[in-house]
Design a protein around this ligand. Structure first.
Ligand SMILES: Cc1ncc(COP(=O)(O)O)c(C=O)c1O
Length: 395
């Protein structure tokens, strides 16, 4: 099979039709670039829905996985394996201590956090997990219920009980939702799918204080904002507080499927043997990949690059906003997590960029989302800005 149309036809015939797909078949990637099957090159500023945060096929990841492949691919979790414990130690040491549970995706990491919250609250009859409107936490039944967007829930009633929603960045809304059944609050410090909405520092500090006073578990969903994306290894570091639980996935595996739930010491013994498990979670291959991602961030100083390139792109986006005041409403950015809110529909811009060889995304109807890889270079930013400005020019 070598022709795009044949592959697309087969996909339509044999793969469940749950995604809206752009008609292109990708074959190869390197750094910030990706090539389709016809050899056409695209600059990928939304690599793999934020999974390929290191860029495509990062050499450290490829090398680590190749090395691991020669030894063993899978070890089940009733035994021990070295890469898993190395990764757990690093995540614990680089965040707020405590212990780690490994899963295969962001939704599963959040599902684990919800189960932990219920298990902790059980003896006092506390089971509610408060989440935010416009949040996104995954597609399992519990995580889609926690998600603050109706569109992901349609067709799946009845939903599990105990997931009240409150307004993001509004402390009064949270205070009035907390009751004697509240076990946890889950939030994304920057809402990704919800349109790159950044939590205020005061808000997060107040949330932390309330959770301390009421013995409520504070869960940070860093599936999208974690692993260097915002210029810090974890986004919570911008806020001068520590969450009790943090969930990770996407970029953590450098393209390999891994999720993680980091649990502070206070709650690390809530889930006992037999209460939670994953067959694939934390396998040697994905942990070797994740260890290579952390190596790359540390040794190649990718947090510095994220900050530097983030500043550079921010400067250019501000210029673009001045040039297109009737198109661009607001730019929201932390490091390389970028939302450009438009006065118009975003999909037309995404399509125009695609045709000119730039991959970006649109969320919430009118927010362009760019998540360039942490290895992005200024030259690549220049190219992206040029294409974006041409696309806006032609609107
Ligand atoms: C903040 C956040 N949490 C959870 C998820 C779900 O992750 P996954 O698709 O790996 O299950 C996503 C996915 O977009 C996300 O952005």
């Amino acid at each position: 099979m070598s022709n795009s149309q044949e592959i697309i036809n087969l996909c339509n015939k044999y793969v469940l039709n749950t995604y809206t797909r752009t008609p292109v078949v990708f074959e190869r990637g390197k750094g910030a670039y990706i090539w389709d099957i016809e050899g056409q090159r695209y600059l990928d500023f939304f690599p793999g829905w934020a999974v390929s945060g290191m860029g495509h096929c990062h050499k450290r990841v490829v090398k680590a996985v190749k090395r691991q492949l020669k030894n063993i691919i899978h070890v089940s979790n009733n035994y021990y394996s070295e890469q898993q414990v190395i990764l757990a130690e690093r995540l614990s040491r680089d965040s707020f201590g405590g212990k780690v549970f490994f899963s295969n995706s962001g939704a599963e990491a959040n599902e684990g956090a919800i189960k932990l919250a219920r298990a902790y609250g059980q003896k006092e009859g506390r089971y509610k997990v408060i989440s935010m409107y416009d949040s996104f936490h995954g597609r399992t039944l519990a995580t889609l219920t926690a998600t603050g967007q109706d569109k992901v829930k349609e067709g799946f009633a009845p939903l599990p009980e105990g997931f009240p929603h409150v307004t993001f960045n509004d402390i009064g809304s949270l205070k009035s939702a907390i009751d004697d059944k509240t076990a946890a609050v889950i939030l994304e410090p920057i809402q990704g799918e919800g349109g790159i909405n950044i939590a205020d520092e005061d808000y997060i500090r107040e949330v932390r204080t309330i959770c301390n006073i009421k013995d409520i578990i504070l869960i940070f969903d860093e599936v999208q904002s974690g692993i260097g994306r915002t210029g810090k290894l974890f986004c919570y570091e911008h806020y001068g507080i520590l969450p009790d639980v943090m969930t990770l996935a996407k970029s953590l595996g450098g393209g390999f499927p891994i999720g993680a739930m980091v649990v502070s010491d206070k709650f690390a013994d809530v889930l006992k043997p037999g209460m939670h498990a994953s067959t694939f979670g934390g396998s040697p291959i994905v942990c070797a990949a994740a260890n290579a991602v952390l190596d790359a961030i540390e040794k190649d100083k990718l947090l510095d690059n994220t900050e530097r390139v983030g500043e550079y792109i921010g400067k250019h986006l501000k210029k673009l906003k001045r040039r297109f005041p009737k198109i661009i409403k607001e730019i929201r950015q932390k490091g390389l997590m970028i939302g450009i809110e438009l006065y118009v529909e975003g999909n037309d811009v995404v399509k125009a960029c695609f045709e000119k060889g730039l991959l970006i995304n649109c969320t919430h109807g009118n927010v362009l989302r760019m998540m360039p890889p942490l290895v992005a270079k200024k030259g690549e930013v220049n190219r992206a800005i040029k294409i974006l400005s041409e696309a806006m020019q032609n609107l």
